[in-house]
Design a protein around this ligand. Structure first.
Ligand code: NAD
Length: 373
C-alpha cells in the first residue's frame, strides 16, 4: 500500500506521524512510504533520515494523495481536497468536532480518530492521549520551574537554607501522574487532588499527599467512579467542598498545575479568581486544560500572563514542546493501530466488529459512523 506522511500545517504543531523507526517497519512490511519534504524537520528528523530507511521524499500534494495518509492533526480545508476519495486517514482527528467529521465524510475519506480508542488493555499501545499527556505533564513542570523565581528543591547552603517549592497538582490522570513524578525528581513537596477514588493510592505511591474531598452521598460516590476511565462532572455540592479545600492548599502552594478534563465538555473550574488572589506573589499556575476553556478562568490561551502577582501559563498542546519524543511515541501508537487494519498481505481490512476499530472509525464510504463524540 502507498502510505503518505504529509508535514503538519497547524500553527505550533511540531510533530510528525511517522519516524524513521516506524517507516523502516512499514517498508519492510512491503509498503511504499512517501514522506513530504521537511515533514520531520520540527522533530529534528531530516529527509535523509527517512530516505535512508526506504522512504521516497515527495511534495505535499503527493503525500496527501496516498491511499493511506498518516497525520497528527486533522487536515485543514486546503489539505482535504488533495486527498483521494476512498483514501484512509489516521490521526488525532478530534471525535468531538462533528463539523470536521462531516466534512471528511463528504470528501469520501475513511477516517480513524485515535483519541477515541477505548481504555482497554489491548488499546494501551496505541493510546495517543496517554503518550502525549505523559509528555505534556512532564513539560508543564519544567515550564513552571522556569517561570518560578525560586528553587524547586530544599537546599542547605553556606548562605542559609532554601525551602522546597510546594506544588499542587489538580487532576491526576496520565498528565498529572507524570507532573507529580517530575516535580518529585526536582525536589518539590507535592499535594494532589482528583475526583476518582483509585487516584489516592497512585498519588501516595509517588510520594505525594492526596487532598481528600470526602463523598457525602451515594450519588457523589457513583459519579466519581467515572465512565470508561474518564471523569464525569461532579455535583455542585462536591465541587464547592473541593473549591474550599483547594483554596486553602493553593494559598500555601508555589506552583499549581491543573490537568482536569471531562471529554467533550468544557473543563471544570478548579482555581477561581478568589483563589488566585489569595495565592503568594510570584507563584505559578500552569493551566493544561486551557484549550477546553481552562481550569482557571484567569488563564489565557497561548499566553503567559501575570494577575494578582501570580504567573498564569496558558500554553496549549504542551507535547509539541518536546517534539522529538512526542513524535517518536505518537508514531509508535500509529504503527500499532495500523496492525489492526492492515493484514499480512499488506491489504486494508476494516473489521467493524473489533471494539477498537468501531470506536475510532469516524466515517467510511461517505457516511458518518462515529460511535463516540
Ligand atoms: P483526563 O485527561 O481525561 O483528565 C485528567 C484528570 O482530571 C483525570 O484523572 C480526572 O479524573 C481529573 N478530573 C476531572 N474532573 C476533576 C475535578 N473536578 N477535580 C479534580 N480532578 C478532576 O484523564 P486521563 O489522563 O486520560 O486518565 C484518566 C484515567 O484513565 C487514568 O486513571 C488513567 O490511568 C486511565 N487510563 C487507562 C488506559 C487504559 O486502560 N488503556 C489508558 C489511558 C488512561
Amino acid at each position: 500500500m502507498r502510505i503518505g506522511i504529509p508535514a503538519e500545517t497547524r500553527l505550533g504543531e511540531t510533530r510528525v506521524a511517522a519516524t524513521p523507526e516506524t517507516v523502516k517497519k512499514l517498508v519492510s512490511a512491503k509498503h511504499e512510504v512517501i514522506v513530504q519534504s521537511g515533514a520531520g524537520v520540527a522533530s529534528s528528523i531530516t529527509d535523509e533520515a527517512y530516505a535512508a530507511v526506504g522512504a521516497r521524499i515527495v511534495s505535499a500534494a503527493e503525500a496527501l494523495g496516498a491511499e493511506l495518509v498518516l497525520k497528527v492533526r486533522a487536515p485543514n480545508p486546503e489539505e482535504l481536497p488533495q486527498m483521494q476519495r476512498g483514501a484512509v486517514l489516521v490521526g488525532m482527528l478530534n471525535p468531538f468536532d462533528a463539523e470536521n467529521i462531516a466534512t471528511m465524510a463528504s470528501a469520501g475519506i475513511t477516517a480513524f480518530a485515535l483519541e477515541a480508542a477505548p481504555r482497554i488493555t489491548r488499546a494501551q499501545s496505541l493510546d495517543v492521549l496517554s503518550s502525549q499527556a505523559n509528555i505534556a505533564g512532564y513539560k508543564a513542570v519544567l515550564l513552571a520551574a522556569n517561570t518560578y523565581g525560586r528553587f524547586m528543591p530544599m537546599l542547605m547552603t553556606a548562605a542559609g537554607t532554601v525551602k522546597a517549592a510546594r506544588v499542587l497538582i489538580m487532576g491526576v490522570g496520565v498528565a498529572g501522574l507524570q507532573a507529580i513524578a517530575t516535580a518529585k525528581r526536582l525536589g518539590a513537596v507535592i499535594e494532589a487532588s482528583d475526583v476518582r477514588p483509585p487516584v489516592k493510592e497512585q498519588v501516595e505511591s509517588l510520594g505525594a499527599k492526596f487532598i481528600d474531598v470526602p463523598y457525602e452521598t451515594d450519588e457523589e460516590r457513583e459519579i466519581a467512579q467515572g465512565t470508561g476511565g474518564y471523569a464525569r462532572p461532579m455535583p455542585a455540592a462536591w465541587m464547592a467542598r473541593q473549591a474550599a479545600l483547594v483554596h486553602e492548599r493553593a494559598k500555601q502552594a508555589d506552583i499549581v498545575i491543573t490537568t482536569a478534563l471531562i471529554p467533550g465538555r468544557k473543563a471544570p473550574v478548579l482555581i477561581n479568581e478568589e483563589t488566585v488572589k489569595a495565592m503568594k506573589p510570584g507563584s505559578v499556575i500552569v493551566d493544561m486544560a486551557v484549550e477546553q476553556g481552562g481550569n482557571c478562568p484567569l488563564s489565557e490561551l497561548g499566553k503567559t500572563v501575570t494577575k494578582y502577582g501570580v504567573h498564569l501559563i496558558g500554553l496549549p498542546n504542551l507535547a509539541t514542546l518536546v517534539p522529538a519524543d512526542a513524535s517518536a511515541l505518537y508514531a509508535r501508537n500509529v504503527l500499532d493501530f495500523l496492525k489492526l487494519v492492515i493484514d499480512k498481505e499488506a491489504q486494508l481490512v476494516i473489521d467493524r466488529n473489533d471494539e477498537i476499530i468501531a470506536a475510532t472509525l469516524m466515517c467510511q464510504g461517505g457516511e458518518i459512523v462515529r460511535k463516540n463524540g
